[in-house]
Write a protein that binds this ligand. Structure first.
Ligand SMILES: CC(C)(COP(=O)(O)OP(=O)(O)OC[C@H]1O[C@@H](n2cnc3c(N)ncnc32)[C@H](O)[C@@H]1OP(=O)(O)O)[C@@H](O)C(=O)NCCC(=O)NCCS
Length: 427
């Protein structure tokens, strides 16, 4: 029997489940609406709207991605990662003076406290770059003069510091683990070009830097994905920006999220040759395995980022004079689509990670840096979301996330378990 004191009031609004305890609930309506809630359980929150956001929109049916009103395709044609970061953080594109000021702020924050490199030098060279990047975040936090200043202005400054320093951290660790000294940031290079410079110690090729800038724009933001939600959830507890970013980073590291790009490269290296693609893909799918970089929780058509990355992959292939990785990726895409349709009777499309693997590989970036490189870009979206969450910029007031669960443990019956001292327990 449902008791109206026990069942929270539920209003369904635009497909979104809102709960409040202010109004009484009739038993009949309670049962019906509890059934709605049950349908949203154990499905990884797919399709459950947990908040409003003004930052981005993913149209999974049409295959559109919008950052603050601007289509991603227009942004990659006309904008830069720096300008897109301003847009995500500030709600609008910058004027020229604002753009110049923002750019110089980013440049001025590129260096990290010296202790960070010393800390990295103490780590085992085998440490995964994603773990190292995550481990340096609390170190950065302890050097942030505004760490506990919870104004929008101070959080914007923290966001700029994080966006600026992420490339420095990733490049420095790559060099330190390979036995080289880190290369310091160069103020004359763009955000994208500077990262490639710090990685290699050379002057970046302008075309490659531009393509990398496009990759950064494409990965910068994607609504309530796992890492962004993790970051927002932690921010909703009033944890500071750096703690929230750490949570987001941890979520990104998994192979079903940001870790997929490096898994795609692993697949490419394992398959090696185009003529081995079909049997490899068939066997993988027949055994219930996943083809990394294919499929998406929201897009039911091609991910628009994959379309652009496919073009970049082909362009890089032509530029480097080696079409192998591009052709191999295309063959895996085609074989997966054919076999998936045959086995499941439905279509599957590449996601953002699929072509980014061959792109980063052709840019000379090590496979285990692919996910940290994703973080270098997504830090803009994360920080924008954390600010939106902290200052309730898309909802009436800040709200602590506290979802519910049904206890399905079945142990000692209705009376509960009797505590037995350890010496009297039997296995
Ligand atoms: C992203 C992902 C987790 C979305 O999963 P999802 O929301 O469950 O996707 P769907 O509901 O469309 O999946 C339906 C079916 O297709 C299968 N499927 C989805 N993506 C698949 C893939 N890449 N390879 C093989 N099978 C896949 C699922 O296992 C599921 O099978 P089932 O019905 O037999 O259980 C999933 O596509 C995936 O694991 N892709 C590979 C990892 C990846 O690239 N991640 C990066 C995402 S940006």
């Amino acid at each position: 029997m449902l008791n109206d004191r026990d069942v929270p009031y539920i209003i369904k609004m635009r497909g979104c489940v809102h709960r409040t305890s202010r109004f009484p609930l009739t038993e009949e309506r309670g049962v019906r609406e509890m059934a709605d809630i049950l349908e949203t359980k154990n499905i990884g929150l797919r399709g459950v709207k947990v908040a409003d956001t003004r930052i981005s929109d993913v149209d999974g049916t049409k295959g559109n991605l919008i950052y603050r009103g601007f289509n991603i395709c227009d942004l990659v044609q006309n904008s830069t990662f720096e300008e897109v970061s301003f847009l995500l953080l500030n709600d609008r594109l910058p004027t020229r003076p604002e753009s110049e000021r923002f750019q110089s702020e980013l440049v001025s924050e590129r260096e990290t406290p010296g202790v960070v490199f010393e800390f990295m030098k103490m780590l085992p060279k085998s440490a995964h770059p994603m773990d190292v990047l995550q481990a340096t975040i609390p170190v950065l936090a302890s050097y942030d003069p505004q760490l506990h200043e919870e104004t929008r202005e101070a959080n914007l400054k923290k966001a700029v510091r994080l966006i600026s320093k992420f490339p420095t951290l990733v490049a420095a660790w790559d060099r330190i683990r390979k036995g080289f000294e880190p290369v310091h940031p160069h103020p004359d290079f763009t955000h994208a070009g500077n990262f490639l410079h710090m990685l290699t110690g050379t002057v970046p090729d302008p075309e490659t830097a531009k393509d990398f800038d496009t990759c950064l724009i494409l990965h910068a933001e994607h609504s309530f994905n796992a890492s962004t939600f993790a970051g927002r959830e932690v921010a909703s507890t009033h944890a500071h920006m750096y703690a929230s970013i750490e949570a987001a980073m941890a979520a990104l590291s998994g192979e079903l999220h940001g870790g997929a790009n490096s898994e795609v490269m692993k697949t490419l290296l394992e398959i090696e040759e185009v003529d081995r693609v079909k049997p490899w893909v068939s066997e993988k799918l027949r055994k219930g395995g996943k083809i990394m970089g294919m499929g998406h929780a929201v897009y039911h058509t091609e991910d628009p980022r994959a379309t652009i990355l496919r073009t970049i992959s082909e362009r890089l292939a032509d530029r480097t004079g080696d079409r192998h990785w591009y052709e191999l990726t295309k063959a895996i895409e085609a074989a997966t689509q054919e076999e998936f349709e045959r086995l499941k009777g439905r279509e599957i499309y590449p996601n953002v990670d699929f072509y980014s693997a061959s792109v980063y590989h052709m840019m000379g970036i090590s496979r285990d840096l692919f996910t940290p490189v994703f973080a270098i870009s997504r830090i803009s979206g994360w920080t924008a979301h954390i600010i939106e969450e902290k200052f309730a910029e898309a909802q009436p007031k800040p709200e602590l996330y506290r979802p519910d669960s049904d206890y399905v443990g079945n142990y000692c019956g209705l009376q509960g378990c009797t505590y037995i001292p350890v010496e009297e327990r039997r296995s």
